[in-house]
Design a protein around this ligand. Structure first.
Ligand SMILES: Cc1cc2nc3c(=O)[nH]c(=O)nc-3n(C[C@H](O)[C@H](O)[C@H](O)COP(=O)(O)O)c2cc1C
Length: 412
């Protein structure tokens, strides 16, 4: 008997591990020591923005068709010149201590699902290791250190094979969280392990993952190591350099894009963290290839609206000049479809894949991407569309007053 094609298999069997990102999050919470889980949830101050990022998606509704659905649905696209098999990319995050394979596992899963890996300069794995397993890697940099140091870091990322640069400039060093910040040790040595033992002793699966590889969580940032072979800074060393760097001007954005173009032979540059129409226009003037409409997942300036609320005015203003991505609050395929309907070319995910990584390593990240893919497909089916290219604001019901057009001169 011939084997049934994959698409005719029992659909519930496709995801034996978890069927939604929420389930992955529940497993992550069970598996991770409280400070590690807390560092992933993060959010800043009152948590207003992190909450709104997810809640706002629930205010947008669909108008599905009852018949006339399409048998084939396409969701492949390109982002900054890279083919992606679904409109979902990995947003850069520093994932120290979540899993021993860290960003290498994330990059492998992204490669196996045909998408781009965004690698943070604060990551626990080197750009060389990550580019070796995913040749569609974009390297992300904060504005940190002297210009000559930034040049060295760009040169290193280019030599490793990074296909694009993401500059993340939205950070305001907010310190207070109403639910208390998790403790992150300076480094993990024997003394720290003994002190934190009660918090990790109840997490056998997490301990086993690290024990199996003979590693202890490495809280260093190898991509910020000096070029002479010196030691990589600790997370706090790296954070200190960042805090003490004079904040960037728009001229610095020009310089960064231009410098990356010179080093890389014109590879694309994305500005991440745009929330306002006027900033989006300035980013166009600075010659960026793409922007990500982002509020850093609610970790930056609390009180900023959900990114899905600010997306459409920005996409309307600059969508024909640069690629507009968005990130923040994406937890299901239908969220991706809503973002695309409001003008995003693709989205980037943060916590969704971190939950997958914590729950089940590389396979867990692949599982999250599969959950999103299947959710996008199912929303397209319900809407009677055959491609993400047909997504327009007409396919969603957006309540009055939902949008927040920031940085638009007030009409008199
Ligand atoms: C734990 C954590 C670490 C992050 N680290 C970085 C980083 O190093 N660089 C960066 O550009 N963004 C960073 N971000 C922001 C993400 O790239 C992304 O903008 C955000 O997570 C999207 O929101 P979501 O988590 O709701 O998907 C981080 C986010 C989290 C949750």
């Amino acid at each position: 008997m011939t084997k049934k094609p994959d698409w005719l298999q029992n659909p519930w069997k496709q995801n034996p591990w978890f069927e939604s990102v929420a389930v992955a999050q529940q497993r992550a919470r069970k598996r991770l020591p409280a400070p590690v889980y807390g560092a992933l949830v993060a959010g800043s101050e009152r948590g207003q923005t992190i909450d709104d990022n997810q809640r706002a998606f629930t205010e947008i509704q669909f108008a599905p068709h009852v018949a006339g659905h399409q048998a084939e649905r396409a969701m492949a696209t390109t982002v900054m010149g890279q083919d992606v098999s679904l409109p979902v990319l990995i947003s850069p995050t520093g994932v120290q201590a979540v899993h021993p394979d860290g960003e290498v596992a994330v990059a492998r899963a992204a490669a196996s699902r045909g998408t781009v890996m965004g690698l943070s300069n604060f990551a626990s794995k080197s750009v060389e290791e990550v580019c070796a397993v995913n040749d569609r890697t974009f390297f992300q940099m904060y504005w940190t250190g002297q210009r000559d140091v930034m040049v060295q870091r760009m040169e290193r990322a280019h030599a490793a094979g990074a296909k694009g640069l993401i500059a993340t400039l939205d950070w305001s060093f907010s310190m207070g969280r109403d639910w208390g910040s998790p403790e992150i040790p300076e480094k993990v040595d024997l003394k720290t392990m003994v002190r934190m033992a009660p918090q990790v002793a109840t997490k056998p699966r997490w301990l086993w993952e690290f024990g199996r590889t003979g590693q202890i969580p490495d809280l260093r940032a190898p991509n910020l190591a000096p070029p002479d072979g010196g030691e990589a800074p600790t997370f706090f060393g790296a954070y200190y350099e960042w805090m003490t760097t004079t904040p960037p001007t728009w001229d610095d954005v020009d310089w960064m894009r231009e410098t990356w173009a010179q080093i890389s032979g014109g590879r694309p540059f994305m500005l991440k963290g745009v929330c306002r129409v006027d900033d989006a226009k300035r980013a166009v003037d600075a010659g960026v290839a793409a922007i990500s409409v982002s509020n850093h997942g609610g970790n930056n300036l609390d009180g900023t609206p959900a990114t899905i609320r600010v997306l459409h005015p920005i996409a309307e203003a600059v969508g024909d000049q640069v690629e507009v991505l968005m990130d923040g609050g994406i937890r299901r395929g239908s969220d991706v479809v809503k973002a695309l309907a409001l003008g995003a070319r693709a989205v980037m995910i943060g916590r969704a894949y971190l939950w997958g990584l914590a729950a089940n390593g590389e396979e867990g990240v692949g599982n999250v991407l599969d959950v999103l893919r299947s959710g996008i497909d199912s929303a397209l089916l319900g809407l009677g569309l055959s491609s993400i290219d047909q997504l327009t604001p007409d396919v969603v019901e957006v309540p009055e007053g939902f949008m927040r057009p920031l940085g638009v001169p007030a009409r008199t």
